[in-house]
Design a protein around this ligand. Structure first.
Ligand SMILES: [Zn+2]
Length: 234
């Protein structure tokens, strides 16, 4: 079992933070960077965990929560995350199985919460399969909940319903989801190839500083990008 360290990105003075989005990162001693992004998506909320485990492989998981009841359901999600309490988002029943989307606090280990889509089959050889899961420190979920609480009242009734989640690119330096509304940068001339879609924290060098501080591992591809950026900053 590894350790978690949390990192709250600091924003430079004078830069106004978009009010309808929030982003946080935890540094895990063996798994490296774990991002959580919460934002308005039309008349709903998009929670992106990057990376998450999808069918046992690491990938970004954008989870869109619709707002069909004037924010009531989303406020309950926000309250549960902020208070570190379990929450069931929904249950889908099918022939011989059911799928549950839920937030599981302190499971399987103390201090860690999991957002999961779990499929259980009925019958004598019933089994439980985690189709999708994202594990983060409880503190990071709580912060996401607080920000969700702040964002939900801003979802005006005139906001367009977005049935398809927005596309996101993963920052090549840290795999943070970068949406159209997020600031991103292209680095040209630092290496043989331009680096596209870098998030602000990577461009400023704070990702590399945080990684060193937290002593968290980083995959070789990310390291190569971050070192290219660092070389260009000198
Ligand atoms: Zn980045």
């Amino acid at each position: 079992m590894g350790r978690h360290k949390q990192h709250k990105p600091r924003r430079p003075r004078g830069e106004s933070q978009p009010t309808t989005e929030w982003f946080g990162t935890a540094f895990h001693s063996t798994r490296g960077m774990q991002h959580l992004d919460v934002r308005q998506s039309g008349n709903g909320i998009l929670i992106t965990s990057s990376p998450a485990e999808i069918d046992d492989a690491p990938a970004a998981w954008p989870l869109r929560l619709r707002n069909d009841d004037d924010g009531q359901g989303l406020k309950e999600v926000a309250a549960a995350l902020a208070a570190g309490q379990g929450h069931v988002f929904g249950v889908t029943e099918g022939p011989g199985y059911r799928t549950v989307l839920a937030f599981l606090p302190d499971h399987p280990e103390e201090g860690v919460g999991t957002l999961a889509r779990v499929r259980t089959s009925e019958g004598p050889d019933s089994d439980v399969v985690f189709e999708r899961s994202a594990e983060r420190p409880m503190g990071l979920w709580a912060e996401a909940g607080e920000n969700l609480r702040r964002i939900v009242p801003l979802l005006g009734p005139d906001a367009l319903p977005a049935d398809e989640p927005e596309d996101c690119q993963l920052c090549p330096g840290c795999y943070r989801p970068v949406y159209e509304s997020s600031t991103s940068h292209t680095l040209i001339g630092a290496g043989p190839m331009p680096v596209f879609g870098l998030c602000r924290l990577c461009v400023e060098g704070s990702t590399l500083r945080s990684l060193r501080q937290a002593d968290a591992p980083v995959d070789p591809q990310q390291r190569a990008v971050l070192e290219t950026v660092a070389a260009a900053l000198v």
